[in-house]
Structure formats: C-alpha cells, structure tokens
Design a protein around this ligand. Structure first.
Ligand SMILES: [Mg+2]
Length: 320
C-alpha cells in the first residue's frame, strides 16, 4: 500500500529525503547541507541575488494538472526565471513545503527530486527546506544566484530603447484556460532563459520576466524606469497553439495572458548590432516588439496603422 505522509511523519520523511539528497554534501560550495538547522554555504565573490516564489494548489494549479516531479521542476523554473531576468544564474535553493497528511510520500519524494534535478541541471544545489502540514499542497522555493556580468533590474529603460521579448507568448495562457475549463491538456513548463538572460544583461538597460502577462510586466518596467512603452501588436511572437486556439484574438490574448516566463528586454540603439551577433547563441527566438518613449509610465499597444488597440486587462493579479 502507498505510504501516506501522515503514516511516515515529518521527521522520518525529512531524514530519508536528506539521505537521498546526499549530492549537496559533495559540492565544495556547501559547508552544511540539508538536514541541519540551517545550511551553510560559501557564496561566490560576485553580487548575491535572492528571490522567492510559491506554487499553491488551488491558486496556481489544481490537482492532476501536472505530475509531482513536474511540479517540482516548475517550482524551480519560476524562481530561476526571476534570476534570469536580472542576468543571474542560480547557485543554491531552499524548498519550503506545505502538504496534507493524505499525500503519498512517494509523490512528495518525486516533487523534491524533480526540483533538485532541475536545480542541479542549472548548476544549483538544494541545501535545505521545511515541511509543514496544510490543507493543500503549497511549494515555496527560495533561490540564491550570482551574476557573472552586470545585474540588470527593471529600472533603467530610456526613451529610444528598443523592446525585445524572448521566445513566444500565449502558449501557457491557452493551456491554463483549457485546464481551468476542465480539459486535459499539457501544462507547459516555463522555459529556462538563464543563458539568454546572462547574454542579454550586458547589453540591456532594463529587463523583467513576463510572468503575469506582457502588458502588466511591461508596465512594471515602465514605472520603475519612469518611461512609457509602445508595443506593436503585429510584431508580437504569438505561440502557434495560441494562434490556433484564438485566431484573430490571439495577439490580444498573448499580450495579457500570464505564465510565459519569457524575458522582456530594453536595449539601447547602440547595442543593437551586438544583439544581432548574439541571436544564435541565446537558445531561443528574440523578437523586437516595440520601443520605450518618453512620458507617463503607460504601455500602449498599437495596430499596424499606429492606432491604440483596446486591451481589457493588463494581466494577472492575485487579489483583483
Ligand atoms: Mg519576475
């Protein structure tokens, strides 16, 4: 019979898990790994980046949307995306779990393994975490990272900068819409844009990851930079799945749907030649979608004639 979390208990599960996560002990950067009161690490000499994000059952996903190992990979990826958006790469991770006692320990094992493997592939180590009882599954990850070059934030975009976005938009949004409607469809994992972020950072004035919808995240970048943005609807790299599902409405949907985890980058004109030279090394598409202009921090979407396109809402907000 499957072993449930309530049968095994917090401490036995952690003890067994720590035994399996022994890999962290073989990493010379890790002085004390998982299982102690705190992890002890030897951070590098570069600026330390820190970020945290949660995946909550009933808020971000419903039971059955993804296998436990995929949830673990996802929890890593959404956090890594925030580091990529600063030009950083992950080095260490903490994983705080809330889980109901009826959960099978094998599922929680798979979740942690999925997380730890995704971290290892990106050069990071899971060095600690916590487990508490809760009514549903909640996964909170904290990542530490380093930037090999400049740390790029949301502020710093200037009028005249070109706006670029990596990959495509709208694929995750279309899938989440179908899943919420009860249809069975794969929930796309966030792309890991760590390499793109690292390569783009030295050229960028500002960068942000598109987690809550392009317009909303472009709005954050504009507010932080004290500038305005114009985005050309016809230039948006709309995902094929989104085009297929929504036809004429696809671009509008792709501009506001969340979870794409692509990078939005403001690049000064003088860097555009260098950018062209990077394209083949980014590991993803890079599309020019608009520009930064002077003015109030608003984001306008324009049609081919330069007229504003009406958009209903900017993107995802947990409380609205
Ligand atoms: Mg972000």
């Amino acid at each position: 019979m499957a072993r449930l979390l309530r049968d095994v208990g917090e401490h036995a599960w952690i003890a067994r898990l720590v035994g399996r996560l022994g890999a962290a002990a073989r990493d010379r950067r890790v002085l004390v790994g998982p299982g102690d009161d705190a992890a002890a690490i030897r951070p590098g000499r570069r600026p330390l980046l820190l970020t945290t994000d949660a995946l909550i059952e009933g808020v971000h996903f419903r039971a059955g949307w993804a296998a436990p190992s995929v949830l673990g990979r996802r929890a890593f990826a959404v956090n890594a995306s925030d580091l990529a958006a600063m030009g950083g790469e992950p080095t260490f991770a903490l994983l705080a779990l809330e889980a109901p006692g009826r959960l099978r320990t094998a599922d929680l094992d798979a979740l942690v393994r999925g997380f730890a493997r995704a971290a290892a592939r990106a050069g990071a180590r899971l060095v600690g975490g916590n487990l508490v009882a809760g009514s549903h599954l909640a996964i909170t990850a904290t990542l530490l990272g380093e930037a090999s070059g400049p740390v790029v934030g949301r502020a710093g975009a200037r009028p005249g900068d070109a706006l670029y976005v990596t990959g495509t938009l709208g694929r995750a949004g279309v899938a989440v819409r179908a899943l919420r409607a009860g249809r069975r469809t794969p929930w796309p994992l966030p792309p890991l844009r760590l390499r793109a972020g690292r390569l783009l950072a030295p050229l960028a004035h500002a960068m942000i990851d598109v987690s809550d919808g392009l317009l909303q995240d472009a709005g954050h970048l504009c507010r932080a930079s004290g500038a305005s943005a114009e985005i050309l609807a016809a230039c948006l790299p709309v995902a094929t799945a989104c085009r297929r599902a929504l036809g004429d409405e696809a671009a509008r949907f792709a501009a506001t749907s969340g979870e794409d985890y692509e990078l939005l980058v403001a690049v000064p004109p003088r860097a555009e030649r260098a950018l062209a030279g990077l394209r083949l090394r980014l590991g993803c598409r890079l599309t020019r979608i608009g520009r930064i202009v002077a003015g109030r921090p608003v984001v306008r979407v324009l049609d081919a004639a330069g007229q504003p396109v009406a958009t209903r809402r900017a993107g995802f907000d947990h409380f609205r």
